[in-house]
Design a protein around this ligand. Structure first.
Ligand code: ZN
Length: 59
């Protein structure tokens, strides 16, 4: 079994990291960047459309 990660990129501080989908809020919920004070919808942190789909399907 392969672990699945969502790749994230903060649009403000450019921090990039990965997280398991079940550690993240819903795509349309607010998420606070762990690297700065940015608070945006989780969907805005996903790096690619593929990462967004992973979040929507498994989050
Ligand atoms: Zn940030």
């Amino acid at each position: 079994m392969r672990e699945t990660y969502v790749r994230l990129l903060c649009p403000e501080c450019k921090k990039d990291w990965e997280a398991a989908p079940d550690e993240l809020p819903e795509a349309t919920d607010d998420f606070d960047c762990p690297g700065c004070d940015a608070s945006r919808r989780t969907a805005e942190f996903t790096r690619t459309d593929h990462d967004l789909q992973t979040l929507k399907q498994l989050g």
